[in-house]
Design a protein around this ligand. Structure first.
Ligand code: 2YJ
Ligand code: MG
Length: 273
């Protein structure tokens, strides 16, 4: 997979290494028996309907990581029945609001927003050669950005939070502990924020609002937000220090989280996010 080569060049890690780390697996622990964990991808027709190539992309990512994987022949409820009857370990499925991996044997659920936030945080850490004690600009405080704030704060770094809706900055700050609040800077304009740090996490749904000229020359950008916040010129100029793709990292982290024994609370996946 070409994407993997690109990731290794930028982060020094493969998709699998990065995702195992982001999912909380110790690199020294016994290797996982992925051959025993079949992944079933279930096409979902609800809402806007199936997206051409979506199930195929998820299946390709799972296969690439070493999981036996297939797309169910039927969709929706029938597809879920098919997954159970074929003894799949993990199902992947998404509607317009929620994309999840569910481990049918352990009941472990992994949501795309949290997994993507963790994966892109690990990617930023690797591109930057560590984040401890540094300051990161997080743009966009929607569901993904909120998980990103949690993941980035775990890095013992400072965090500048920026959202066009200022109330979201206030709300996030309120939800944090005292110790975390002391590491968070809200209320800066994008221009002010970009003049303070070169480490950027773009979790915003805004398109092309960051120009090449507004970025520090040594900018490093982890950008799971769709579409990309950088304009075309900026994306080209910073291509070597920019990670932006729609599915691979989040899906890889979800699959490994679904194999974690650790219990995650139901609050980790909200159907309303
Ligand atoms: O099965 C299919 O082909 C469709 N039902 C896939 C829909 C995919 N949905 C998305 O990509 C949504 N944006 C999911 C939101 C996930 C939250 N990050
Ligand atoms: Mg964006």
């Amino acid at each position: 997979m070409e994407f993997n080569q690109d990731l290794i060049k930028k982060t020094g890690s493969s998709l699998k290494e990065l995702a195992l780390d982001a999912a909380g697996f110790d690199p020294l622990c016994a290797p996982l028996d992925l051959a025993a964990c079949t992944v079933a991808v279930i096409p979902v027709t609800a809402g806007q309907g199936t997206i051409k190539g979506f199930s195929e992309a998820l299946c390709a990512i799972a296969t690439y990581l070493g999981f036996p994987a297939f797309i169910t022949e039927t969709s929706d409820v029938a597809g879920l029945v098919e997954a159970y009857q074929s003894a799949a370990t993990i199902v992947l499925m998404a509607d317009d609001h929620l994309y999840v991996a569910i481990n049918l044997k352990t009941r472990r659920v992994a949501g795309n927003d949290e997994a993507t936030a963790k994966g892109y945080t690990a990617a930023l850490r690797r591109m930057a050669g560590g984040l401890t004690g540094k300051e990161i600009l997080l743009i966009g405080l929607g569901p993904l950005g909120t998980y990103a704030a949690q993941a980035l704060l775990q890095e013992d770094s400072g965090l500048i939070i920026h959202d066009l809706v200022r109330e979201k900055e206030t709300a996030l700050l309120k939800s944090c502990t005292r110790e975390e609040q002391q590491r968070i800077t809200p209320g800066l304009s994008l221009e002010q924020a970009l003049s303070r740090t070169h480490l950027i996490f773009d979790a915003s749904p805004g398109a092309a609002f960051i120009s090449a000229a507004s970025l520090p020359t040594d900018a490093i950008i982890s950008a799971p937000g769709l579409p990309l916040g950088l304009d075309a010129t900026a994306a080209q100029k910073f291509a070597d220090r920019l990670i932006h793709e729609p599915l691979q990292i989040g899906t890889a982290v979800m699959l490994f989280q679904a194999l974690q024994r650790k219990h995650f609370s139901a609050g980790d996946v909200s159907p309303y996010s």
